[in-house]
Design a protein around this ligand. Structure first.
Ligand code: CAA
Length: 370
């Protein structure tokens, strides 16, 4: 892994790790109590963490994709909540606006997103469309210079806290394939309201909410890409998103592994327990290679669908397995909040679910192979 990074990337990793220890760690307890980390995100925005792979001309850091993934990985070692907020904001909101936006959309929104003055949310999932994303029902009907949106989105990360929502809606119900379009919706648009705020098993500092669209009038200039291009925008954005979630998983796995090693150094255990660290370390190293391979493909503009899904599938499974094993090895202490491993365990599980379940990742990989 060390050999896979440039000197500059290694220095960046140390810089992010220091930031995570000094600025993120002190906020972990408040996030665990359900507090959304608004002040911390504002500080991260000022430091460039919310626009790492975005060009400097749009107020980003202008770094490569691997540099961005290093940050998600390092931040998630300390807080998986921060990892997912940064990943969703960057991979599936800011990057698609940069990739598919008009000049007007790019200059209006990307600098504000990249500098953290605005936070983004990605809105695809609906009550009757989770894994089968193409069966969404939220309707966008054209009326003169506007589209009128009606429907509901659920389980939206950062919903209610975000300022800009990338919303996928049906524009042509008659078409079976190219019926979905993407829209940029500002949080104060009349008819757009925030619904249920979910109570979750983990990621307590991140919001997961329902969104209601009741006759929301969106100027036609807010259509992202072409009409009918929405499914393609969603899927290609999710490729970058899945590498981000894979890096988040890697951070959780590494943190759980490190805490187990530290525990064993202080509380030496029998050989049978100690050698289980060998399996943990091997899985984690393998996950790391898949995650950084996917990042390097994305960075080189190579097709990355299969690699992104493989990285997410394996890294999320690894995070669940290592955090489960960590609790087991620490015994009763691991089941209590004296240690962080119970938090890692609670935070790891969602990585196998959001941005495409493990079953969906297997399906995507198979479709690429056959
Ligand atoms: N990258 C690029 N293109 C892709 C793609 C990908 N990952 N996956 C599919 N496509 C393309 C296909 O190549 C195909 O293109 P053509 O029409 O040009 O041939 C088109 O999309 C349709 O593909 P399929 O025929 O495979 O479509 P499908 O409907 O059978 O299956 C699916 C698609 C893979 C199951 C898809 O629906 C999917 O990924 N579902 C999971 C949705 C998901 O990840 N949701 C997460 C929401 S975000 C979230 O979790 C919340 C959060 O904020 C963290």
């Amino acid at each position: 892994m060390e050999g896979l990074l440039t000197e500059k990337q290694r220095l960046w990793r140390e810089q992010v790790a220091k930031f995570a220890q000094h600025q993120v760690f002190p906020e972990v307890e408040a996030m665990e109590q359900g507090q959304f980390p608004r002040a911390l995100l504002a500080e991260m925005g000022r430091k460039g963490f919310l626009g790492i792979p975005i060009p400097a001309t749009y107020q980003g850091l202008g770094a490569d994709f691997t540099t961005y993934i290093i940050a998600i990985h390092e931040l998630s070692k300390v807080s998986a909540t921060i990892g997912v907020i940064v990943s969703v904001h960057t991979s599936v909101v800011t990057m698609p606006i940069l990739a598919f936006g008009t000049n007007q959309q790019k200059t209006s929104y990307v600098p504000l997103l990249a500098s953290g003055q605005k936070l983004g949310a990605f809105c695809l999932t609906e009550p009757t469309a989770g894994s089968d994303a193409s069966s969404i029902l939220l309707r966008a009907e054209r009326a003169d210079e506007y589209y009128v949106l009606n429907g509901t989105k659920i389980f939206i990360t950062s919903g209610g806290e975000a300022d800009l929502y990338l919303v996928f809606a049906v524009t042509d119900p008659a078409s079976t394939k190219k019926n979905i379009s993407a829209f940029i919706v500002e949080e104060d648009t009349p008819g757009f309201t925030i619904g249920k705020d979910e109570k979750k098993m983990g990621l307590h500092g991140s919001k997961t909410v329902t969104l209601h669209f009741d006759g929301v009038r969106i100027p036609k200039e807010q259509l992202l890409g072409e009409e009918g291009e929405g499914f393609h925008i969603a899927m290609s954005s999710l490729n970058a998103g899945r590498i981000g979630i894979a890096a988040q998983s890697l951070g959780i796995a590494e943190a759980a592994f490190n805490e187990t090693v530290t525990y064993f150094k202080r509380n030496p255990a029998g050989l049978e327990s100690t050698i289980r660290l060998g399996d943990m370390a091997t899985k984690w190293e393998a996950a790391k290679l898949l995650v950084y391979q996917a990042a390097s493909y994305k960075q080189a503009n190579r097709p990355v669908t299969k690699e992104a899904s493989m990285a997410k599938l394996f890294a999320s499974k690894t995070a669940v397995e290592i955090s489960t094993e960590a609790i087991h090895l620490l015994g009763m202490a691991g089941y209590t909040n004296r240690y962080n491993v119970e938090r890692y365990f609670r935070d790891a599980k969602i990585c196998e679910i959001y941005e495409g379940t493990s079953e969906i990742q297997r399906l995507v990989i198979c479709k690429q192979l056959i």
